[in-house]
Design a protein around this ligand. Sequence first.
Ligand SMILES: *Cc1c(COP(=O)(O)O)cnc(C)c1O
Length: 380
Amino acid sequence: MKFNTKTIHGGQENIDPAYGSVMPPIYQTSTYSQSTPGGHKGFEYSRSGNPTRSALENSLASIENGKHGLAFASGLAAIDAVLKLLKPGDEIVSTNDLYGGTYRLFTSIFQNFGIKFNFIGMNNAEEIEKHITDNTKLIWVETPTNPMMNIIDIEAVSKIAKKHNVLLGVDNTFATPYLQQPLDLGADLVMHSATKYLGGHSDVVMGALVVKDDALAEKLYFIQNASGGVAGPQDSFLVLRGIKTLHLRVQRHCENGKAVAEFLNNHPKVDKVYWPGLESHPNHEIAKKQMKDFGGMVSFTTKNDNLSEAVSFVEKLKVFTLAESLGGVESLAGHPASMTHASIPVEERQKTGVLDSLIRLSVGVEDEEDLIEDLKQALS
Ligand SMILES: *Cc1c(COP(=O)(O)O)cnc(C)c1O
């Protein structure tokens, strides 16, 4: 089955044996009757499993070319479950240009439990090897990174991970499986904030993990059930519905992303544009190799690196909404230094390029001309 068919039918065989509905019913139930103790029809309690969630989990496994999908209450709950595979003394090598909430979870929660983190630039895959010790258990990668749009060569990192017998996890939120399938490139697990492109309509908070390996899936399922950060049936239904148009939406996100990146790149007030589709992007060749297209996330700085000018720019936007988050049908603008990345210390943040003037755009699926006009008036 090809990707565009998988988004609609993948893992959805025999979805409703009772009535043949084409969408799974929303099983809004906490428990299931048993004919005799243990005599149930596959579900006994909705933390452990729910048919609507299962339908979504099967779809997730299918679109990421994995075998097992797990749906969580949020993207961070999904990462939280991955980190619970580790124990005190274990080490993680992670990209330094991380989603702020992931950085906070790592440093403010798991560091307290004796897990050690090495945050490094991974543009040069060999650099990673220097930071791997006998205690390293996990390499955590975001690509494209947030908000600097760095591209990390997943295949190159996976070779290093395999050589040292370390798990490789990839946060695939920005790319989506339409653009990039990390399991095919050698990653052991893929994570999503399904809140973003998979849901796609800014109406749900959810997370996901997908793996191929049965033993790893079993461990993660144990953690999901034991810790309990599961996705609810209503939200599972919404994300499943979102996935059915993922290929159509992301294709348009990419077209509009290109138009916006090129417009900004030619604007006299704009300094740098971070979009992996630009030939000037330092990792453009890797992006071309591992991604089908370049996505709808575009960051840029202005020549005048001034906080109040950046704030006034985002306030002037009319079609773009000033808001946290990304990946919905509507265009959003964010100011990482004061919003998504406010929890990262200033020195850390500026080291990775998150300057005061940096603006991050989640380019939506509106008409391209309206988006450009809006940016033009706000920049003037
Ligand atoms: C939003 C986001 C997360 C966190 O997901 P939530 O659903 O908000 O918990 C993690 N990684 C990336 C790249 C994100 O954009």
